[in-house]
Design a protein around this ligand. Structure first.
Ligand code: DAH
Length: 342
């Protein structure tokens, strides 16, 4: 039996040293220490061993068990560390201090992210729509259940034209037009440039990009919303992302949520980027308010739908590790030419 224990230890060590992902380490734990694991089975065999050998063998097996438990914990720790390192290096694709090497045109990083998200949604059957940057009060507010004097308008101060039209403050302004254009069932995304009267700093600009999406059909629920968001974000960040929903208020959805993803820098442990919470706020969303459906000519008794408003600028900042939002509109070739190679 002693040899059996030694052989098992060697086999365990060999398998564990090959485990580069936490899932594999977990599988090894189950294979050795689980209810039917090899080490657990050895302990069961002890019953049939003559009494005089029992004590020594028992000690050996228990030592092996302890060793296996500790080794797996260490391995998991190392895997997590390696994953975090990988995340940090992959977020460092962009460096504003690099010298300018060649002068030639390149796509804006926002265009790059936009195209990527468009492709993902197109593959899931979403139409891609465009909408004017100049809209009217009905499109931007009234049709979204934000009547005149509603406090939600405070956050949407913008630039007004003499004729009462305005520069759109959010891509939601196209919702009504798209509902009327397609009728139910429908799935569409509509990216666009938005404008607000903001005090400008490293994370606020008066001009930024959003990408809105709506899906309306019979029996659409929050699970559909979570599924599509998760599928899209996992593609964008090229890995499985965890999401969570927190309640959030927007007059045009009920219920409304803030969707967070696990921090990409620390993987959820907590770091300065996520203010130690392990989560990053990414995308407000919710189930479209029945009044909004009605105003879009859709019967809320028959149809339900979800909507989301993804901050494209924010997404580009996260994906490329851009720390200052002002870099995007700076027109600096030193900044923009770097994205050609990404
Ligand atoms: N339009 C909102 C804004 O910019 C964001 C938003 C929230 C869009 C919830 C949505 C949504 O589609 O469901 O403040």
């Amino acid at each position: 039996m002693k040899e059996k224990i030694e052989a098992l230890k060697l086999k365990f060590e060999e398998e564990l040293s090959g485990a580069r992902e936490s899932q594999l380490a977990e599988q090894i734990r189950v294979a050795y220490l689980g209810k039917k694991g090899s080490i657990t089975e050895l302990l069961k065999l002890l019953q049939n061993v003559p009494n005089e050998e029992k004590k020594e063998l028992g000690q050996h097996i228990n030592q092996l068990k302890k060793y296996a438990e500790e080794s797996i914990a260490e391995r998991l720790e190392a895997i997590k560390k390696a994953e975090t390192e990988r995340l940090i290096t992959s977020a460092k694709k962009y460096d504003v201090t690099l010298p300018l090497t060649e002068l030639s045109g390149s796509y804006s990083p926002i265009t790059l992210v936009q195209r990527e998200v468009e492709e993902i949604f197109a593959s899931m059957g979403f139409a891609i729509e465009d909408f004017s940057e100049i809209v009217n009060d009905y499109e931007c507010f009234e049709s979204l259940n934000i009547p005149k004097n509603h406090p939600a308008r405070d956050m949407h101060d913008t630039y007004y034209l003499d004729n009462g039209q305005l520069l759109k403050t959010h891509t939601s302004a196209a919702q009504n037009y798209i509902m009327r254009k397609y009728g139910p069932p429908l799935r569409a995304i509509f990216p666009g440039r938005c404008f607000r009267n903001e005090s400008i700093d490293a994370s606020h600009e008066n001009t930024f990009f959003q990408l809105e999406g709506i899906m309306i059909d019979k029996n659409i629920s929050i699970s559909n919303l979570i599924y599509f968001m998760k599928a899209m974000l996992s593609e964008v960040f090229e890995r499985d992302v965890n999401v969570r929903l927190r309640p959030g208020f927007f007059p045009f959805v009920e219920p409304g949520f803030e969707l967070d993803i696990n921090c990409l820098i620390c993987g959820g442990e907590g770091c300065p980027s996520c203010k130690n919470s392990g989560w990053l706020e990414l995308c407000p969303c919710g189930m479209i308010h029945p009044r909004v459906l009605e105003m879009g000519g859709i019967d809320p008794e028959e149809y339900t739908g979800f909507a989301f408003g993804l901050g494209l600028t924010r997404l580009a900042m996260m994906k490329y590790g851009v720390k200052d939002i002002r870099d995007f509109n700076s027109g600096s070739l030193k900044v923009l030419s770097q994205f050609k190679h990404i």
